[in-house]
Write a protein of this length. Sequence first.
Length: 229
Amino acid sequence: MGKRFNNANQSQTESFEVIGVVNNTSFGGDLLDRYPPAHFYSAWAQQSFRFFSFSLHSVSDPHLLSDDVRRTLASIEPDVAIPSLSTAPEIMAGNYSIISLTRRILLQMAGLGLLLALVGIYGVIANLAAERTREIGVRMALGAQPRDVVWLFLRNGVILSLLGAALGVVLSSILVHVLKSMVAIVPGNEAPWVVVVVTMLLTAVAVVACWLPAWRATKVDPVITLRAE
């Protein structure tokens, strides 16, 4: 209190005296919370520019106050023009429009990647299981029960998918920490749920990819399989 400082953002060498200190305030939302810059309030007459903004609180639709606000301000100072009137959500939407667009693009890319992963996992595992159709026929001819054969394929596929899921969870956790150190806005509490849901979805697809070919193979006549051998 009482000390003076110079504004480094202005060319003039005018100094300002500290007459009060306020609590920390976020001016940039989540984007600047990680590295909050220094701010100070000054009288409008001390500013080198002649632009200012004001806020109004309304219990009704704020758009209905536009004409009243313009008339009231014109009656106080006719030379002051109001270029725009916007609500707080509209201002925030404009400030975060690039982030929202980037988020939508990333979500679409993530959805496409998830779809490709589902198709790829199903195709690979289903092909591996289909290649063992003759083996299933031989096992059935030797007395194996259909449920035992299906369980054998499910067990192998589940073990393989769980190993891949565990590796994916570890790599995704590392990637989230790396992104948090680079980008201010990164999903925090939501990230574990996303990983769990995606992991369960991929595992379910792997189980279906193992079960369906094995179930179909158990319907094949073992005699036909042995004759082919």
